[in-house]
Design a protein around this ligand. Structure first.
Ligand code: 4AD
Ligand code: MG
Length: 440
């Protein structure tokens, strides 16, 4: 029986009509009458309808076909028929129906609350929705590796336990470390800055942690960041690499995951149009001007953009937008002053950028050039209330052959959410961690 086991997608390809094949998977739906059982089976590749007639199989097989509840694991053998009425256009006429494990009554039925589904995430992962999302996610992380490796970057893996903050002490997760404490990483950046002196062009995709108290549809406490750091590069140059990276990823998803995007209600034609478009770069000051003139939202120059303001701004764009030169005073300690900003700008701005996604998906990328001046770094660290002695090793990087360098971090879940058109970032990661959830 185990010869010629096919994936369901292979059966649905139409290459096996009138052949006897075996499939294995899980019961998706089931319905039977006295003499016939209709059981749809799913595996990782698709769903197929099967028909088991009492006259065609052993008595025990027929009993099992009727008895097997949803999510029972099975292996079936049968003849493939073309049938326009069947979902996928093909059907299996079963000659052998073997149940590997009879499932108990499955707790997940239709119309259950999001909370119930998250509580049962270990089972809900099997749903078509989450399976589709996880497939797109796999394409996205694979594409990140391909993009950077194809451009001569090395993968560099940072430590996850770190003694100090990169993005401000307020969101650090503390970890007991024998008789000491350490923290879960907020970004690979400080370590990446050490590594560019050896490898020059590096990237990674790694878990990242932030004790975010915000309960939004965009924040997780554990998420994956895809970061890059490049020697000899300025912030504007790497912001263009960011645009290319995301276009490359979208192309890969369009090539590999059309069925998933269709199922999830992703806007395929918009994505297709976007990869051929120019994505704008504007300054923070221009963004404020646009918000004031076109959205009637007035923000004091010097304040960071909040989520609602980013959303308002993005109402005026169809593609992602890079916003450069935010006010220095609200930026992290390592972002240097841009001396060449427009003279009309009211205060000092930083050599930094964010990339914002359309349609309220928020900030996809945050990046900058890195300050190479020891004195101004110390002043900025003191200003943030950090203990400068924890950063001595980082300052050393400026003492031995310092050079211009820049990098950025891409939020993997933000990108998955946007491409898959998800309502909540929690569905972009298999087991979400948030302020209120860290199980299962
Ligand atoms: O803008 P952020 O904080 O940038 C940094 O951490 C830099 N050190 C990166 C670098 O230059 N190497 O974070 C980068 C991105 C954000 O743009 C966002 O997409 C994502 O990480 N992100 C989150 N995603 C989900 N949940 C959260 N709590 C996130 N915080 C940031
Ligand atoms: Mg940011």
């Amino acid at each position: 029986m185990e010869s010629n086991i096919l994936q369901i997608s292979e059966v649905l390809s139409g290459d096996h009509v009138d052949n006897e094949v075996s499939i294995r998977g899980w019961i998706h739906r089931t319905r039977s009458s006295g003499k016939i059982a209709f059981v749809t089976i799913r595996d990782s590749s698709g769903i197929i309808q099967t028909v088991t007639e009492k006259v065609n199989v052993d008595e025990d097989d027929f009993k099992d076909a009727r008895k097997g509840l949803v999510e029972s694991s099975v292996m079936l053998t049968g003849l493939v028929h073309e049938d326009a009425r069947a979902p996928g256009g093909f059907e299996l006429s079963v000659s052998k129906f073997r149940v590997i494990n009879f499932a108990e009554k499955y707790p997940i039925t239709r119309d259950q609350s999001e909370e119930f589904l998250r509580e049962n995430r270990h089972l809900w992962l099997r749903s078509r929705k989450l399976t589709s999302i996880m497939k797109v996610r796999s394409t996205i992380t694979g594409a990140i590796h391909d993009f950077f490796r194809g451009r001569g970057y090395y993968e560099f893996t940072p430590p996850i336990l770190t003694p100090s903050a990169c993005e401000g002490g307020a969101t650090l997760f503390e970890v007991k470390y024998f008789d000491n404490v350490t923290y879960l990483t907020q970004s690979w950046q400080l370590y990446a800055e050490a590594a560019i002196f050896a490898l020059e062009k590096i990237y990674d995709v790694a878990p990242t942690f932030r004790a975010e108290k915000s309960k939004t549809s965009r924040h997780l406490t554990e998420f994956w960041m895809a970061e890059m750091e490049a020697a000899w590069a300025g912030y504007r140059e790497v912001s263009e690499i960011g645009k290319d990276e995301i276009k490359f990823i979208i192309n890969e998803v369009l090539e590999r995951n059309r069925p998933e995007l269709e199922f999830l209600g992703g806007n395929i034609s918009e994505l297709e149009a976007m990869v051929d478009d120019q994505w704008p770069t504007i300054t923070y000051t221009e963004a404020l001007d646009m918000l004031s003139k076109r959205s009637g939202v007035d923000i004091r120059w010097g304040k960071d953009l909040r989520t609602i303001e980013e959303d308002k701004l993005m109402e005026h764009f169809e593609t992602p937008v890079v916003v450069i030169q935010y006010p220095k005073e609200v930026m992290a300690f390592y972002k240097p002053v841009e001396e060449e900003a427009d003279a009309s700008v009211p205060g000092p701005v930083a050599k930094c950028f964010d990339m914002l996604a359309p349609k309220g998906y928020g900030e996809l990328i945050g990046g900058s050039e890195r300050d190479t001046d020891v004195k101004s770094l110390i002043a900025a660290l003191e200003n943030e209330g950090e203990n400068v002695s924890n950063y001595e090793w980082y300052l050393d990087l400026r003492r031995y052959g310092s050079i211009q360098h820049s990098g950025y971090g891409l939020g993997v879940e933000r990108l998955v959410s946007w491409i898959c058109n998800l309502e909540n970032i929690k569905d972009s990661i298999p087991f979400p961690r948030t302020l209120t959830r860290f199980t299962p």
